[in-house]
Design a protein around this ligand. Structure first.
Ligand SMILES: Cc1ncc(COP(=O)(O)O)c(C=O)c1O
Length: 419
């Protein structure tokens, strides 16, 4: 075996690694003509009084409904605003607790605090998604909802989660920001809980730069989300409002961004066929090497294949492995690197650890001082240990078999020397 590149040997790969983006890599003539059409129509606001028929945002909602098979959809301006609208729609507010996984983007936790509820952290398991047992253990009489995050393209284990939630009468919000187009036992993610939330930010499977989508089968939840996303309630010029009025925001999606996204939904199945097939091959080949640990869920139906994460025996080994792989020409990183302050890991959510609100106080934690909730290294030690031993490589649909072979060779070489 050659010397490691990090020790002066020849690297496995000298070609640059592929981009980490997916849908946005495929932007082309179709999106250009769709965006130009908006400019030609001069309709750049979705709720013009003359009707919704020619609105691109409405068309995007129709496409999402058809794709997911849900009765209602609402286009919004980000995944964060989709989560906030979902929580408001679900009736979550001051006095409530919402269970979220300890590994998710910071927006999941922020959305809960923003609506005045307390985020309660639960461990993830080796699938990188909510551990159903810890979810059950974290339920109290104050728990109103759970946000299930399909993290890194991996579907959470929805059957036990839905069963536990139903038993306790909890609302289930799916955060599908990182797994658009994913499935669980043949059912599309986002359509399994009470509300599904998507992000269309650039690093997602399909993207409009910024944007989001909320889906549900409940008319009441949809109406509440619609009113919260647009305090003006313009939708109710065209649809009978069946809910009492309350104040809302402006989280409306622009027509230009909606048009940009429309063509991408059609391209999504082809993108995901490639990422899934790549991941299946990688898991099979790396698993055969026997030097690294993979979750049994990786490479299965539950995995979209948009990233490769594997586990090694210690934090130190993960740091060395990531550095050595990067030197071999495969950019890799340790998922929980203490220096990196990655906002996907709860220990780096500064506001949460300090229980701080935007006004210098401790709302909403201050509402229930008798309920002692602490956020520290002891809150979710399994997650921190797992992520500190995890090494990640970005994958997308541009990865070819020769790139997979480079990953395989680099992991094999690094494992031979270091693991
Ligand atoms: C798991 C998760 N939830 C929520 C969000 C928030 O989405 P956005 O960036 O569109 O607000 C993201 C995106 O970064 C995410 O990865």
């Amino acid at each position: 075996m050659e010397r490691l590149a990090i020790h002066g040997g020849p690297p496995v790969r000298t070609k640059p690694w592929v981009s980490k983006y997916m849908g946005s890599e495929e932007l082309g003539a179709e999106e250009k003509s769709r965006v130009l059409k908006v400019l030609e129509k001069k309709r750049i606001f979705r709720y013009l009084p003359d009707g919704l028929e020619t609105s691109e945002a409405r068309a995007l909602e129709e496409e999402y409904k058809a794709f997911l098979g849900t009765k209602f959809a609402l286009a919004v301006n980000s995944g964060t605003s989709a989560l906030i609208c979902a929580l408001i729609a679900a009736g979550v507010g001051p006095g409530h607790e919402v269970i979220i996984p300890a590994y998710t983007w910071v927006a999941t936790a922020a959305a809960v605090a923003i609506v005045g509820a307390v985020p309660v952290l639960a461990e993830v398991d080796s699938s990188l998604t909510l551990d159903p047992r810890d979810f059950a253990a974290k339920i109290t009489s104050r728990t109103k909802a759970v946000i299930v995050v399909h993290m890194r393209g991996i579907a959470a284990d929805m059957d036990p989660i839905l069963e536990i939630a139903q038993k306790h009468g909890l609302m289930v919000i799916e955060d599908v920001a990182q797994a658009n187009g994913g499935t669980y036992k043949g059912r599309l993610l986002g359509s399994l809980g009470h509300v599904g939330c998507f992000s269309l930010q650039q690093s997602k499977v399909i993207a409009s730069g910024e944007g989001g989508m909320l889906v549900t089968n409940s008319e009441e939840l949809w109406q509440r989300a619609v009113l919260y996303h647009d305090g003006a309630g313009y939708q109710f010029r065209f649809t009978e409002r069946k809910i009492p009025a309350f104040p809302g925001q402006n989280y409306r999606l622009t027509e230009l961004q909606a048009a940009l996204c429309l063509g991408q939904l059609e391209k999504m199945p082809a993108i995901l066929r490639t990422t899934r097939e790549n991941k299946r091959k990688l898991v099979e080949r790396l698993g055969a090497q026997g030097k690294i640990e993979l979750s049994p869920v990786f490479g299965t139906e539950r995995d979209l294949g948009v990233s490769l994460i594997f586990y090694v025996s210690s934090e130190e080994k993960a740091r060395q492995t990531a550095q050595a792989l990067t030197a071999e020409g495969i950019p890799a990183f340790q998922v929980y690197d203490r220096q990196a302050r990655d906002q996907h890991i709860y220990i780096n959510w500064e506001f949460l650890l300090a229980k701080r609100d935007p006004w210098g106080g401790n709302f909403p934690w201050s509402l229930a001082p008798e309920r002692e909730i602490e956020y520290s290294e002891e809150t979710c030690p399994f997650t921190l240990d797992l992520l500190s031993r995890a090494v990640q490589i970005h994958l997308n649909h541009l990865v070819r078999d020769e790139d997979l072979r480079d990953i395989e060779a680099a992991v094999g070489k690094v494992a031979f020397h270091l693991l």
